[in-house]
Ligand binder design. Structure first.
Ligand code: UT7
Length: 320
């Protein structure tokens, strides 16, 4: 059996860094409220010219360099995003063009909002296991700042922009060990952006609408459950996990999953304070940050998990 092994990672954050105090000058909020309720201190915001595909391509270039893989060696691109450049084509094909690729490899987007990277990794894993692909570029990239109502303090303080990328390669050595996805469309009202293009108009609000406490409760419950499922189904125990790399939406949610698994703070990669919630980009951004800081080392066991609108959620166990 072929494993999907991580050959390299990369990430990119837009230059503009916005603090909680900066936001408190625009909406009725405070550094104290944002910090205690979410753990967020800063978020990065793309400039007007920067598109999701630019962030994605920047992260991808670094991941390819890290992996020592040329763009045209990639035989599949999967981009997880809820903020594509256009209605169509996919952001993945735009990234392909920006990387200068001409090999005709398939490229597509997956849409599972903050769980997008879990869905993208799971898909890439299946392609490699089945022998359909040998080297895959998996990216999570978002410009959530474009779909925020900057007058709504209940949402605008939470999110940020960024991208993270992973190059996966077919290998005899262990890589992705197990992955598990779930979705329940009955909760779609709790978190969505209702806008759609119809009859030449944008119908419905183009801004993020969220029942924060409702999402919080569901996330705490389901992230613990899916982490347990992945461990049980793979035959691993929580003690064997070297790093928990969670979706970075809220430090209180992350603490609760870590506590459930019995993992101390020292085994959790935490970037929410610097990045905010970057949706599909948050897990690969945290992964790359953990690797580049020297914390995450080859041979260690990583548990990634995330949840987002839909609801959609999942977890992936990887030997790095
Ligand atoms: O990535 C996708 C998944 N998303 C998530 O995981 C988000 C999950 N939800 C959360 O992280 C939390 O629910 C929030 C951070 C969004 C909100 O925290 P909370 O502790 O659940 O607060 P709340 O919504 O219950 O609001 C408490 C109070 C309210 O005031 P009243 O009604 O008690 O007077 C809000 O109006 O805090 C108020 N509030 C704020 N105050 C200052 C809400 N937003 C702000 C703000 N600054 N930015």
């Amino acid at each position: 059996m072929q494993y999907a092994k991580i050959l390299g990672t990369g990430s990119y954050l837009p230059a503009k860094r916005v603090s909680n105090d900066d936001l408190a000058q625009k909406v009725d909020t405070s550094d104290e409220w944002i910090t205690t309720r979410t753990g967020i201190k800063f978020r990065h915001i793309a400039d007007e010219q920067e598109k999701t595909s630019d962030l994605a391509a920047a992260a991808a270039r670094l991941a390819l360099e890290d992996a020592g893989v040329a763009p045209d060696e990639i035989d599949l691109i999967v981009v997880a995003t809820a903020t594509p450049d256009m209605q169509f084509p996919s952001t993945a094909t735009i990234v392909q063009q920006k990387l200068g690729m001409t090999n005709g490899s398939p490229a597509f987007d997956v849409q599972a909002v903050c769980a997008g990277f879990m869905y993208a990794l799971n898909t890439a894993h299946a392609y490699i296991k089945s022998g359909m692909s040998k080297k895959i570029l998996v990216i999570g990239a978002e410009t959530f700042s474009r779909i925020l109502d900057w007058n709504d303090r209940t949402t605008c303080v939470l999110f940020g922009d960024g991208a993270g990328a992973v190059v996966l390669g077919a290998s005899d050595e262990p890589g992705i060990i197990h992955s598990k996805l779930h979705a329940d469309g009955n909760y779609l009202d709790l978190l969505n952006v209702p806008a759609q293009i119809a009859d030449g108009k944008i119908c419905g609000s183009p801004f993020v609408k969220m029942d924060g406490p409702g999402v919080f409760k569901f996330a705490v419950k389901m992230l613990s459950k899916v982490a347990d499922e992945v461990l049980t189904e793979s035959g691993y125990s929580a003690e064997q996990i070297d790093w928990l790399i969670p979706h970075q939406a809220n430090k209180r949610i992350i603490d609760s999953t870590a506590k459930h698994l019995g993992l101390p703070q020292e085994k959790v990669i935490l970037t929410v304070q610097d990045h905010g919630n970057t949706s599909a980009a948050s897990i690969p951004l945290a992964l790359d940050t953990g690797i580049k800081s020297g914390k995450i080392r080859r041979g260690q066991n990583l548990l990634l998990e995330g949840i987002g609108g839909g609801f959609a959620w999942g977890a992936v166990l990887i030997k790095y």
